[in-house]
Design a protein. Structure first.
Length: 178
C-alpha cells in the first residue's frame, strides 16, 4: 500500500499522478499536495476524478452513499480510521471549489488547469452506488446519449469532477507554511 502523504519517490521523479476517488480518502490532503510537489517535475500533472458538490450530489451522497459527506467542514482534514475507511466525499469541492483561493495561495507550485463537473448517469444506473446494476449492457449507448445531453446542467447536477493540476515552478518566497 502506498501512503500519499509520504510518497516513496525521489524528487522530481514523476511526470504525473492519476487518481480516481482517492483525494477524499486522504486525511491530511495538505501533506499529499506538498509531497506531490516534491515528486512531480515541473510541467507534470495530477489528474483526479473525485466526488463533487452540487444540489443533486448533496442528495445522492447524503442519502444513498455509505461514505461521510460534509460540505460544511471548516477544515481539509478528518480522522484516519484505517486504510480507505476515513473520508469526506466533499473534500475535493471544499479544496477546489469553496476554498480554491486558499489552495492557490498555500500551494503556488500547483496551477489549477481544469475543474470540470460531470454527471455519471451510467455510473449510477450500472450499480456504482449500490453494486446492483439497473442497466442491461445493450442499453449502454442510450445512456451515453442521455449523459451527454445533461452536459449543460453539469454545474448543477454533476456528481464528480475532473480536476487537473499542473506543477509549476513557484518562488520560495510565495510559500505559506501549514
Amino acid at each position: 500500500m502506498l501512503d500519499g502523504q509520504q510518497l516513496p519517490f525521489v524528487d522530481k521523479a514523476l511526470r504525473g499522478i492519476v487518481m480516481t476517488n482517492v483525494l477524499h480518502h486522504l486525511p491530511r490532503s495538505r501533506s499529499f499536495f506538498s509531497e506531490a510537489a516534491r515528486c512531480v517535475r515541473p510541467g507534470g500533472v495530477i489528474v483526479m476524478i473525485e466526488p463533487w458538490v452540487t444540489s443533486w450530489s448533496r442528495v445522492v451522497y447524503s442519502h444513498l452513499h455509505h461514505e461521510p459527506f460534509d460540505p460544511e467542514s471548516p477544515v481539509w482534514e478528518f480522522p484516519r480510521t484505517g486504510p480507505l475507511s476515513g473520508a469526506n466525499g466533499a473534500l475535493p469541492w471544499i479544496v477546489f471549489g469553496r476554498d480554491r483561493k486558499q489552495f492557490e495561495g498555500d500551494f503556488p507550485e500547483w496551477e489549477v488547469r481544469t475543474v470540470r463537473p460531470f454527471m455519471p448517469v451510467r455510473y449510477l444506473i450500472s450499480g456504482g452506488l449500490s453494486l446492483r446494476s439497473l442497466m442491461p449492457g445493450w442499453s449502454f449507448g442510450f445512456w451515453r446519449v442521455c449523459e451527454n445531453a445533461l452536459g449543460p446542467l453539469r454545474s448543477k447536477c454533476g456528481m464528480f469532477a475532473l480536476i487537473v493540476l499542473e506543477r509549476v515552478v513557484a518562488s520560495p518566497l510565495c510559500r505559506v507554511s501549514v
